[in-house]
Design a protein around this ligand. Structure first.
Ligand code: NAD
Length: 352
């Protein structure tokens, strides 16, 4: 049987594996991270190869067009499947919504693990997978163990810093894996972030990320409550934000992601763009669920975390359009409840 041109193309790419990096998942975070990584790597070594892959073909296409318009000589291709992405590159980065997508991309037929099993042993051993998705720790550890059984290496490397940090290349990476794999991944992660922290073995990066987002999710709600109450008391949002941000109530949710338009005149949080472009409320609800699930398993009480989870759940049920908007839009949910005269006691939320 004659090899197809697609097959020859893939074989050609296979020869370039060591110089190539594949990025799977070009959403709000992944597109910015991939852009930073590829542009810096290309500036350093113009013979580098880049491959992008997304479930939405238009996302991969428009990423390529945009990148090549700014870096005309760059060698860049589109992988239609995770299999193609692994065949093309020794380094594979994934930035997906959550556990189901990571299971699909890694563990299902045609996924990363099955492809690694088909590779020559040496090629599998040289492969490094970096998963930056925020997902369930158990699922991540299972996937990591499947990858390691093929001889390849993997770290969980979820991020903190949001879309702004991804764009600026200043993310914090919270890494879980062996010391050797951490050191390998550090070189790549440094193109996309400023702080790269080895948190411990496989799953430890996710543990740290889930704890951080538990705190963030609670803080964003209480900042929205405080900012709304302040306005009811006749305070100007910018004056109130100025007071909080130079006082003990200050936190990222008040000083960077303040949910009230005009509260941060020198900054441009998502509320200034109708809550577009930040961290989706649906993803925050997912993270609160990850925290409450792991807390149940480990016997750690989470009264505020559970309350925050019910509130984000209620936001999505009452105002589904806020699901894809930044989670600071919880302010809009509170504002609407105030206009309708609803009290929103925890025991009365539709989700509870
Ligand atoms: P997103 O939904 O914008 O992007 C996810 C991308 O993955 C999309 O482009 C989607 O098409 C793609 N995808 C889904 N399934 C796929 C598959 N099977 N194969 C290939 N591509 C697939 O999400 P995001 O905001 O970029 O977040 C990604 C991850 O980063 C999430 O786990 C999130 O919790 C975490 N995170 C997000 C932020 C933020 O501010 N947005 C901050 C920190 C961490």
């Amino acid at each position: 049987m004659k090899p197809t041109s697609r097959c020859l193309q893939l074989l050609d790419r296979f020869m370039l594996r060591p110089k190539s990096v594949s990025f799977i998942g070009l959403g709000r975070m992944g597109s910015e991270m991939a852009f930073n990584l590829f542009s810096k790597k290309f500036t350093e070594a113009s013979d580098s190869h880049f491959v992008v892959c997304d479930a939405i073909p238009d996302s991969a296409r428009s990423f390529c067009e945009n990148f090549l318009a700014q870096f005309p000589g760059a060698k860049m291709g589109i992988a239609v499947t995770p299999e193609e992405a692994v065949l093309a590159s020794q380094t594979v980065i994934t930035m997906l919504p959550s556990s189901p997508q990571v299971q699909t991309v890694y563990s299902q037929p045609g996924g990363i693990v099955q492809t690694l099993r088909m590779l020559p042993e040496a090629a599998a051993r040289q492969t490094l997978c970096i998963d930056s998705t925020t997902l369930d720790i158990k699922v991540a550890q299972e996937v990591a163990s499947q990858v390691v059984q093929t001889g390849a290496q993997i770290v969980d490397a979820p991020v903190s810093g949001g879309v702004t940090g991804a764009k600026a290349g200043t993310l914090s990476f919270l890494v879980g894996g062996t010391t050797e794999t951490f050191q390998l991944s550090e070189t790549i992660l440094a193109y996309m972030g400023k702080r790269i922290i080895h948190c411990g073995p496989s799953g430890a990066g996710l543990g740290a990320k889930i704890c951080n987002n538990l705190i963030l999710g609670v803080q964003q709600i209480v900042v929205a409550e405080g900012m709304l109450l302040g306005q009811k008391l006749g305070l100007d949002p910018a004056v109130l934000a100025g007071v909080i941000n130079s006082s003990t109530g200050s936190c990222w949710s008040s000083s960077v992601n303040n949910p009230v338009p005009s509260a941060l005149p020198d900054k441009s949080p998502p509320c200034e763009r109708d809550y577009e472009g930040g961290f989706a409320t649906a993803l925050m609800l997912k993270d609160m669920g990850l925290a409450t699930d792991i807390a149940n398993v480990s016997g750690s009480p989470l009264p505020l975390g559970e309350a925050a989870q019910s509130i984000y759940d209620d936001v999505l049920k009452r105002q589904p359009e806020l699901g894809r908007k930044d989670f600071s839009s919880v302010y809009r949910y509170l504002h609407q409840a105030a206009q309708e005269g609803k009290k929103l006691h925890l025991g009365e939320l539709v989700s509870t």
